[in-house]
Design a binder for this molecule. Structure first.
Ligand SMILES: Cc1ncc(COP(=O)(O)O)c(C=O)c1O
Length: 476
């Protein structure tokens, strides 16, 4: 045996020095990873600390939430299907969302050369992150972020918050409706394995349905007015749907796209016309079960007002129904594009349905009271028309000031929230009002129109865009 490099008597000293070196190395590595974060429930914020559990705040004690077992079975993160008691509100039996700790994320980056330190990442990034995968496409629908629109909030006496529905996996708020319509048809036994879903849709519901149908093994057939953007029609076909663009005629004409969709479904076996306009069980209900509770949770029940426009009315009706059931003082306001009858209907207590002009917005505006709306339109605290000039100006402002690229119905919704902020002012106790709206989809599906000088000129809208924002009109 060769001679040992150090004498045996020094082994304990070598061991101590070795241990100290390893310990110091571990400590330095941990420092480099940044602190762990903890959910500070009281201040609704994340602070440095020791814990990694996030407890989502359920609605106020005593509230009975809708039975969401069907949705829950598909979306393991869906946290609302329980009766809220004081105990579950305050203790860990509340639904929990596990978030990534900075350490987990950093350890994933170990070995990579990275210039960004964990300290540069805002704490809000770690909030409400779910530490596992979703159950396919359907599990990824909903649970969208609620974005504070900073500039508009600073400029007014309100916190203006937009629900980022453009972040749904199919790109719009209508993914929710598509899911609700299909689940309802399945639950009622109208749709069996390998069946066909037929719908009349201006686009986004069709896109949502095309995705949901592929994910669940159904065929999808879409009828739509031929006035809709080419981008939407192309996308539907790429998603495997059979698309029938038909002349845009009024609802009372038998050739209206909805009636054509119904006739198609009636003519083939194992097919369902999902009837998004007059299907409160599928369309309105999904917003009662998902969008409404999410908004309540995300604001800890502190919403003062909600506003959005309506197409089928599913979003407005479902959210209004849920919010009013939680707190009847929440003001719910319909925002109408020109040419839609709802503003006149609400303003005259249902006596008139006047319509005047038309709008550049797509997917919204209505000439009648749909069945989705019949119950909840009576709960509206008011309604008003937002001119296209306000919507297009807001669309360009949101892009420039917030970096958010939105379609015209979302811009109209934010213009409505902004108007409400100015009209309503602060709460009686002097606090800022919290006004929530829906960011329905992104501008991607409409960019050839919304950013084209020629198209904007043809609509007389170039001058509505402030001079300093006209640099974004980059298409001819
Ligand atoms: C872009 C866009 N915004 C808003 C809406 C209106 O939503 P709802 O049908 O729930 O009233 C739609 C409906 O198709 C839409 O496509």
């Amino acid at each position: 045996m060769g001679k040992l490099p150090v004498p045996v008597e020094t082994y304990p000293i070598v061991a101590i020095i070795g241990g100290a070196v390893v310990g110091a190395g571990w400590y330095l590595a941990r420092l480099a990873q940044g602190p762990e974060v903890v959910w500070d429930r009281k201040n609704n914020d994340i602070k440095q600390g020791q814990t990694r559990q996030v407890v989502a705040q359920p609605p106020l004690s005593g509230a009975v939430l809708p039975d969401t077992s069907l949705y829950h079975s598909l979306n393991p993160y869906f946290p609302y299907n329980r009766e809220i008691t004081e105990k579950s509100r305050n203790h860990s039996s509340s639904p929990t969302l596990t978030m990534f700790s900075k350490r987990i994320i950093n350890s994933a980056a170990n070995g990579c050369k990275r210039s960004l330190t964990s300290k540069a990442i805002p704490a809000s990034y770690y909030r409400n992150q779910q530490a596992s995968s979703t159950d396919g496409f359907i599990g990824a629908i909903g649970n969208t972020p609620l974005i504070r629109l900073n500039k508009l909030s600073e400029e007014t006496d309100a916190e203006i918050l937009g629900k980022a529905e453009f972040m749904n996996p199919g790109g719009s708020v209508k993914d929710r409706a598509a899911l609700g319509l299909v689940l309802d048809a399945e639950e009622k036994g109208l749709l069996k394995a390998g069946g066909t879903v037929v719908e009349g849709t201006a686009g986004n519901t069709g896109i949502g349905l095309a995705h949901v149908c592929r994910a669940r093994g159904y065929k999808c057939v879409i009828y739509m007015p031929n006035t809709q953007s080419a981008e939407k029609i192309d996308l539907l076909r790429m998603l495997g749907a059979e698309v029938h663009p038909v002349p845009a005629v009024a609802f009372d004409n038998p050739q209206n796209y909805n009636h054509q969709a119904k006739r198609h479904a009636d003519s083939i076996p194992n097919a369902v016309w999902t009837n998004q306009f007059d299907n409160p069980d599928g369309n309105r209900a999904i917003h009662i079960h998902t969008t409404g509770p999410e908004l309540w949770l995300q604001t800890n029940g502190t919403i003062d007002a909600f506003t959005c426009s309506t197409g089928t009315g599913g979003t407005f009706a479902g959210v209004t129904n849920y919010l009013k059931s939680m707190n009847s003082d929440i003001g719910c306001y319909i925002a109408d594009p020109p040419g839609s009858v709802l503003a006149s209907y609400v303003q005259t207590n249902g006596e008139k349905m006047d319509r005047d002009g038309g709008s550049i917005t797509e997917g919204i505006g209505q000439g009648r009271i749909t069945e989705n709306m019949t119950v909840d339109v009576k709960k509206a605290d008011g309604a008003f028309t937002v001119p296209d000039s306000d919507s297009i100006a807001m669309l360009y402002r949101l892009l420039d000031e917030e970096g958010i690229y939105l379609g015209a119905s979302s811009a109209l919704n934010v213009a409505a929230a902004y108007k409400l902020a100015k009209d309503l002012g602060r709460n009686e106790d002097g606090t800022k009002r919290k006004i929530v709206t829906i960011l329905c989809d992104g501008a991607y599906r409409y960019q050839s129109r919304l950013f084209s000088r020629k198209w904007l000129e043809s609509k007389g809208l170039v001058d509505a865009i402030p001079q300093h924002l006209q640099k974004y009109i980059i298409l001819e």
